[in-house]
Design a protein around this ligand. Sequence first.
Ligand code: COA
Length: 179
Amino acid sequence: MELERIIIRDASEDDIEQLSNIEMLCFSMPWSPKEIKEQMESSSGARFIVAELEAASEGAAAEAPPKKLIGSVSAWYLPPWEIQIGNFAVLPEYRRQGVAGLLMDALLAKAEELGIPDISLEVRPSNAPALALYAKYGFLEEGRRRGYYQGKEDAIIMWRRGPAKEWKGLGASAQDTDR
Ligand SMILES: CC(C)(COP(=O)(O)OP(=O)(O)OC[C@H]1O[C@@H](n2cnc3c(N)ncnc32)[C@H](O)[C@@H]1OP(=O)(O)O)[C@@H](O)C(=O)NCCC(=O)NCCS
């Protein structure tokens, strides 16, 4: 697989079925299509970035070839300071080829664009591939949640902190300053 054939883009409701398929193939407690839809529809819900494999162009196809999603990252955007990553997932047969790296680059570019400095996540201590991915991108362990995964496994809390910004207050304006 060539990375040039991968399109990284924001997900839409048209992607719910394939997002749910990725969830099922990658996680023991996958989000259902209904749960993904609810996240997308909620103003405070998670947003998804997806990796789509561009179909090989073999002659002039009568119809557009079906798109295939091979990876995704979900995250909650909590401006002005934080983005919380929900899940990173790449379909098993497409792993170790840089797809999660592309998704991470896109997420970091979004954080930069929005001026959000810090990114946090939880990960299982047993998840060596994910720990290696996050370490590669500068995430550091800052704590643990005991029994976070069904009371059976702790979560490592990791942060990637950007430079501190000046605190502008909760929508503070000039007339707020006398309160
Ligand atoms: C974690 C996961 C998203 C990585 O996806 P991927 O597309 O294979 O990752 P990439 O190929 O982009 O690798 C990026 C970096 O991650 C690390 N990495 C990824 N998989 C790894 C593995 N199996 N072993 C060691 N390091 C690994 C490496 O540092 C790699 O950089 P390198 O290629 O320069 O060595 C994928 O393994 C996955 O979907 N796992 C199941 C779902 C999951 O556990 N998600 C995380 C939940 S918190």
